[in-house]
Design a protein around this ligand. Sequence first.
Ligand code: ADP
Ligand code: MG
Length: 288
Amino acid sequence: MITFDGVSKRFPDGSLAVDDFSLTIPSRTTTVLVGSSGSGKTTLLRMINRMVDPTSGRILIDDEDVAGLDPVKLRRRIGYVMQNSGLLPHRTVIDNVATVPILEGVKKSEAHARALELLDTVGLDRGLAKRYPAQLSGGQQQRVGVARGLAVDPNILLMDEPFGAVDPLVRDELQQELLRIQRDLSKTVVFVTHDIDEAFLLGDQVVILRTGGVIAQAGTPAEILANPIDEFVASFVGADRGKRSLHVDPAHTSGERGERVLVDGGGRAVGILRDEAPAPRSPGAVAP
Ligand code: ADP
Ligand code: MG
C-alpha cells in the first residue's frame, strides 16, 4: 500500500506543483492518476520513488516513510516506465532489460535468461534481444520499457504516460497487454495518463486531478461514470466526447429498476451500472 499524507511540492522557482495531496493506493491493483498536462501527475509519481522529494507531507510504502529510505535502493526496487521508453541507446534490448538486476548482484547469465522470459511476458519476439532501441518500432520500444520496469520483480510499477507516444492501434494493443500482465502478476501499478478512456480501461481506482494535484474525484470507473461529482468531472468524463469514449447514456436509462446503461462511442451498450456493485475491474467488468 502507498499512502500520500498531506503532500505538497513547491519547486525552487516557486511553482506549487502539488498542493496538499492525500491518497491511499491499495496494493496489487492499478490506480490511475488522470488529469490535463501540468496537473502534477509526473511530480506525484516521482515522489513515490524519490526522484522528487516533497516540500511537506509524507509518502509511505507499507507504513514506511520513503524519506528515510536510500533513493538509489528505492528506485531499484520500484519499476519505472516512461513515455519515451528511456532505454539506453547504446545497449541492446537484452542489456537494457538486464542492467538493473546485474547492478543488484544477479549473475549475468541469470539476468539474461530472466530478461528473455520478460520479453515473452511483454509479447516481444526473443529474436529482438540483440537489437538496439533505434532498430525497434515505438511500440516495441515501449514493450522493452515495460520489461525493464519488471526486471527486478518489483512490487510497485510506476508508469508515466507509457503509451502516450505510440499510434492508437498500437496503444490499444499495449493497453490489452498491460491488462493481461496485471492479471498474471498483480503488481501495485500507479499509472499516469491524460486520457480518460485509458484511465477507465486500466484503472481499478481512477483519480481525476485538477491543477495542483487537487483531487476532483476518486473512485472506481463505474462510480465515477455513474456519479460524476461536479461539472469539472462531468466534462472531463465527457458524455459527448470523441467516438470511442465510454459513457452513461442518458437516453438509455432502462431496465425495470432504471439501471444506467454504459455505452461505447459507437452507441453499443457494453454494460449496466449498478451503484452497489462491488469494485469492478474496469468498465468491461460491469454487470452483464
Ligand atoms: P503533469 O505530469 O501532470 O503534466 P507535472 O508534474 O510535470 O505535471 O508538473 C506540474 C507543475 O509543476 C507544472 O506547472 C510544471 O510546470 C511544474 N514543474 C514540474 N517540474 C518542475 C521543475 N522541475 N521545476 C519547476 N516547475 C516544475
Ligand atoms: Mg507528466
